[in-house]
Write a protein that binds this ligand. Structure first.
Ligand code: ADP
Ligand code: MG
Length: 599
């Protein structure tokens, strides 16, 4: 597909400067094809895959067409979600940086009308909004569209999926007949064809074939995995590849919660997104994820829609997506901007046929992979650990402890034995992978992906000439409590159990109850052996619901009808509060502080 330099597309110096400042070297195929067509005034139907640069494809000509002297809305961009509206507004803000007198505002539900009204009243020419809120403002008379030149529907397929059809039609009927109308979508199903034929005038259809263009950037692999072994397979793949930044897609909210809790209790830094999570919380999670405050986002398709992250190392399809379209959407989040990404897909049982039909339909280039064995995981962890020791030695970032070492040598211990003993201690109970090389141990600090000072959370401001740079530096201080994601090591029992795929044991097993560690208090949980509860369930639930590290849980003693679990004293209040009312093994939990037995 053809790509051209931006300066061959008929753009003004202001826009060229902005594009250069954003680091775009040349226009993507959809941009190359669409920008001159829009500038020429034609209606356009633009179709290309996720990540192909559609936002700039419409935002660049839209900003070109704004007359800064007219202080009225000239461009209306409709987006399916608040996140997307904010992202589009941010990108448009950057593109308008050097064009004086152009203002834009995102408007969406959940934010005060007042604030949006002020930005509109101030003369914003570009409005980026969700259909519902746009309609509200039209009805209130706070959004006037009589000067509108351009209406853009971004992610039209998603908007229709989300039930915005009536709102969209209502808006399209209310705008001046002279407006230019642009549809952007990854797919053009029948409902969109209807809209196009009803509201567009002789549109230019521009379709960029996606698969061929996108596929080489994403290495796609599938694994045939037994349903019960998915979590084990997932963690092995993460460990062997030493992934640190990715999204894990699940098909249901329950699965998201469950997997998030499991991973969290195994010491991975995770968080979750799904439809039941409040908007404020969602924004926080997305903000944190963009800033790499945690490693893996566990999400449903709907929740992750419109989340714009560029440089994921990996996308996991923990559950097979519904169709090839969703699949492409999901994996399009990795391997962007020329970097190679990985997409790992799990299929169990009959799902292999579904995958095969997706492969045929979308001509996916996906190969079969093998889940790494425990030995391979071990080897990978060991080599990470080895690297870490080597680089510490190289960088000399340690204090000498000559005296202690001399004393040991004096007592006749060999230096190799001393080192082995230290490594053994770092590994915890010994035998298995060095926990220091695992995902979560404090010893992994040198390669921490969480750079200090990256704790900035961008608000979603209206942008204006002055506001653009200001809004980006004026971020509120880092939210407290971010570090609570840093989970310390989970006991690893040695890992010589080649028990995959049943692989359910290990990891979670905890020492039997032998006297209480200091600082721990026992809590009573009304679920026991009768409900087939395991220590893993207890640790997983507690770590999951509190989002505290699994190490706050000490010994666990499972009785016929109840369980006693030691919990770090300072967290016992949180644990009791968060655990109350949730379900474990189908039983509603009513935890209480247990009478401390004298050890
Ligand atoms: P789409 O809407 O088609 O899914 P986006 O507009 O969100 O894609 O763009 C995906 C990513 O590519 C964004 O991070 C964007 O900044 C970047 N991008 C867009 N155009 C270019 C370009 N010409 N050169 C380099 N990166 C680009
Ligand atoms: Mg887009």
């Amino acid at each position: 597909m053809e790509k051209r330099p931006f300066d061959q597309l008929g753009l003004s110096a202001d826009l060229l400067k902005a594009v250069a400042k954003m680091g775009f070297e040349e226009a993507s195929p959809i941009q190359t094809a669409v920008i001159p067509t829009i500038l020429a005034g034609r209606d356009v139907v633009g179709q290309s895959s996720t990540g192909s640069g559609k936002t700039a494809a419409f935002a660049i000509p839209a900003i070109e067409r704004v007359d800064p002297k007219i202080r009225a809305v000239q461009v209306l961009i409709l987006c399916p979600t608040r996140e997307l509206a904010v992202q589009v507004a941010e990108e448009a803000g950057k593109l308008a940086l050097f064009k004086r007198g152009v203002m834009g505002v995102p408007i969406y539900g959940g934010q005060s009308y007042e604030r949006q009204f002020r930005a509109l009243a101030a003369g914003s020419q570009v409005v980026i909004g969700t259909p519902g809120r746009v309609m509200d403002h039209m009805e209130r008379g706070t959004l006037k569209l009589d000067q509108l030149k351009l209406v853009i529907l971004d992610e039209t397929d998603r908007m229709l999926d989300m039930g915005f059809r009536d709102d969209i039609e209502h808006i399209l009927k209310a705008v001046p007949a002279t407006r230019q109308l642009l549809f952007f979508s990854a797919t053009i199903p029948r409902a969109i064809q209807d809209l196009i034929s009803r509201y567009s005038k002789d549109p230019a259809w521009i379709k960029i074939e996606s698969v061929a263009q996108n596929a080489p950037q994403v290495e796609q692999t599938y694994f045939e995995v037994d349903r019960r072994s998915k979590i084990e397979a997932l963690t092995r793949l993460i460990d062997v590849n030493d992934f640190r930044y990715g999204i894990i897609f699940c098909s249901t909210k329950i699965m998201v919660d469950d997997l998030d809790e499991h991973l969290h209790s195994r010491g991975y830094m995770t968080d979750r997104l799904h439809g039941d999570i409040s908007q404020t919380q969602r924004d926080r999670v997305m903000g944190k994820f963009r800033e790499r405050k945690f490693e893996f986002l566990v999400a449903t398709d709907v929740a992750a829609r419109g989340l714009d992250v560029d440089d994921l190392e990996v996308v996991f399809n923990f559950d097979l997506p519904n169709d090839a379209e969703d699949y492409t959407h999901r994996i399009g989040r990795t391997g962007r901007a020329g970097r190679k990404g990985q997409a790992f897909t799990f299929v169990s049982g009959q799902e292999i046929y579904k995958l095969q039909s997706m492969v045929r339909w979308a001509r996916l280039d996906i190969r079969r992979g093998k889940v790494p064995s425990l030995d391979e995981v071990e080897e990978a962890r060991t080599s990470v650990f080895f690297e870490k020791i080597r680089s510490t030695l190289e960088a000399k970032t340690f204090k000498p402890h000559d005296r202690m070492i001399d004393r040991l040598l004096d007592q006749g211990y060999a230096s190799t034995d001393i080192c082995s003993a230290l490594i053994h201690m770092l590994q915890g109970s010994g035998g298995g992978a060095p926990s220091g090389a695992g995902k979560s141990a404090p010893a992994s600090a040198p390669t921490s992906f969480n750079p200090p000072g990256a704790a900035q959370h961008k608000p979603a401001p209206a942008w204006a000439k002055a506001a653009v740079t200001k809004a980006q530096t004026q971020a509120p201080a880092a939210e407290a409590g971010v570090t609570d994601q840093g989970a310390p090591p989970v006991a690893d029992d040695g890992g010589d159990d080649e028990d995959f795929p049943s692989g359910k044991k290990s990891k979670y097993e905890r020492p039997a109850r032998t006297g209480r560690e200091p600082g721990m208090v026992p809590i009573f949980i009304n679920v026991g052996r009768k409900q087939l509860i395991t220590p893993a369930d207890v640790v997983g639930k507690i770590a999951g619901v509190t989002r505290l590290p699994a190490t706050i849980v000490g010994a666990i003693d499972i009785h016929q009808r109840h369980t006693l679990a030691d919990v770090a004293e300072e967290h016992v209040g949180t644990v009791l509060a968060k655990l109350t009312g949730i379900r474990i093994k189908g039983v509603e939990v009513a935890p209480t502080l247990a009478q401390a037995e004298t050890p």
